[in-house]
Design a protein around this ligand. Structure first.
Ligand code: G6P
Length: 369
């Protein structure tokens, strides 16, 4: 068992550290470095089919659903095709409007989640084309989908998903760019810029991992609390949801992730002296708005940890502690900003003496509806 963990204390930590490799492997041959274009030979859709897509549905459970929330923004931004995102256990029961012009993307690390598989079948029954993003070649989801984008994260053992989630983000970036190339919705030069920035991501994740002690220190501070908040806007909000889920899963600390601008519509009532708030402020366009929301919680006594990107100097003036990660394009930021949150959850769980790899009541793969 120790050997399998390659010297790490837990599978989760090992898997967090495997992310630079998972990014490289998932990009792999899908990036043509000479032209900075995306190549996806696994997608069998014809250009005509791609042009016929009128709406995209992304369906998944748990962490994979959170990857889908990022995927929605990525695909909408790159292609301007409307995207809806559903948790798989809700999808079928809301009579979703699925037609042959719908592209349904199911996301599943294991490829065996019962609700996700049922959603895939419902989509196919209604004539939609189904693309699966999965980490397991030959899984049920992979076998039944029309096209399969494999995330090459390698086996994920810890119940709390880390490298599978970030590889799913990479898969969404690649697929979004691929669609944009096929549709001509983005300039080749913009696509080349995104692709170039993606290739720098593994090194940037390594830089984050190299400062793990900073996040360990923050984790030890929050580990004595029973309640906290994550806030953010746009893609920061999607990452906040994943950060909050991760923390709940393994530390058992209750947290809520809130769209920063929505706090004042109710949840602000729960902010009291000393409560930790983790504020993500990595999205340039939304920065000023997020800062005003940080001031709202500061005024009520919150202890704010602010997450920003290198080069940004204003956040330090309004928060109690700044956590800084390397800069990248705002669209790609989730694949960096989630890493400190993974470390935060890991070290908070450790500080509380929990079984990090096997949290109570949870299973790695859920094959019942
Ligand atoms: C379980 C796991 C989660 C996971 C979810 C979906 O609940 O504990 O970590 O995100 O299932 O799993 P999948 O294999 O479909 O990605």
């Amino acid at each position: 068992i120790t050997a399998e963990k390659a010297g790490f204390d837990h599978f989760m930590l090992k898997e967090i550290y495997e992310q630079p490799k998972a990014y490289r492997d998932t990009m792999g041959a899908r990036i043509d470095a000479a032209s900075n274009k995306v190549v996806m030979n696994e997608i069998g859709m014809t250009p005509e089919h791609i042009r016929s897509i009128r709406h995209v549905h992304i369906v998944a459970c748990g962490t994979a659903y959170h990857a889908g929330l990022v995927g929605k923004t990525v695909i909408e931004k790159l292609t301007r095709i409307p995207v809806e995102t559903d948790v798989a256990s809700e999808y079928r029961y809301r009579a979703p409007i699925i037609t042959p012009e719908t592209l349904v993307i199911v996301v599943s690390q294991s490829g065996e989640t019962a609700d996700t598989l049922a959603a895939l079948r419902e989509a196919k029954r209604n004539g939609a084309r189904v693309v699966a993003i999965t980490n397991v070649v030959g899984s049920s989801v992979a076998r039944e989908a029309d096209d399969v984008i494999v995330t090459w994260a390698g086996p994920e053992i810890a119940v709390a998903s880390t490298k599978a989630y970030t590889s799913q983000l990479i898969a969404f970036y690649l697929f979004g760019l691929y669609l944009a190339q096929s549709l001509g919705t983005q300039d080749a030069s913009y696509i080349a810029d995104v692709v170039a920035a993606m290739q720098e991501m593994p090194n940037k994740v390594e830089a984050i991992l190299a400062q793990a002690d900073t996040f360990k220190n923050a984790a030890e501070q929050i580990s004595t609390h029973d309640n906290l908040f994550f806030i953010g806007r746009g893609l920061d909000y999607a990452v906040a949801l994943e950060g909050s889920l991760k923390l709940k899963e393994i530390s058992y600390i209750h947290s809520e992730a809130y769209a920063a601008g929505e706090l004042k519509h109710g949840t602000l009532a729960l902010i009291e002296e000393g409560i930790p708030v983790i504020a993500l402020a990595t999205q340039e366009e939304l920065f000023e708005k997020t800062v005003s929301n940080i001031k709202e919680v500061k005024a009520r006594g919150a202890h704010v940890f602010g997450l920003n990107a290198e080069g940004e100097t204003e956040l330090a003036k309004v928060v109690d502690e700044v956590l800084t990660i390397p800069a990248t394009l705002p669209l790609l930021m989730p694949a960096l900003s989630v890493v400190p949150l993974q470390l935060l959850s890991y070290y908070a769980s450790l500080a509380r003496g929990n079984d990090v790899d096997k949290p109570r009541n949870l299973a790695k793969s859920v094959t019942v509806e």
